[in-house]
Design a protein around this ligand. Sequence first.
Ligand code: ZN
Length: 101
Amino acid sequence: MKCLICQAAARTVHALGDWSEVKCPAGCGHFRVSANLVAKMTLKHESFDLERTRRWLEMARNDEPVPLISTYDYNVSLLHRDAEERTAGLPNRSRQSVTSD
Ligand SMILES: [Zn+2]
């Protein structure tokens, strides 16, 4: 199957039960995604934000060699939002964060 994060050809190590375990050779590495989240993404045709998700996985690997991405993590920080949605959702703060960079 394809990598859920970057869509590269990846190997699914385990896809039974509550999560899918994927090994992506394109840069995402070894991770797990909750089955609920996979179902939700498929249903809504949503996708991960590639850059943010890989950064998140890197940090999560400090605690857990094969991080599990839950629906919660996805909704809070990993869901890909297009630019239109982002500017509409953050009226004033977006300007601040741009200048502070
Ligand atoms: Zn990948």
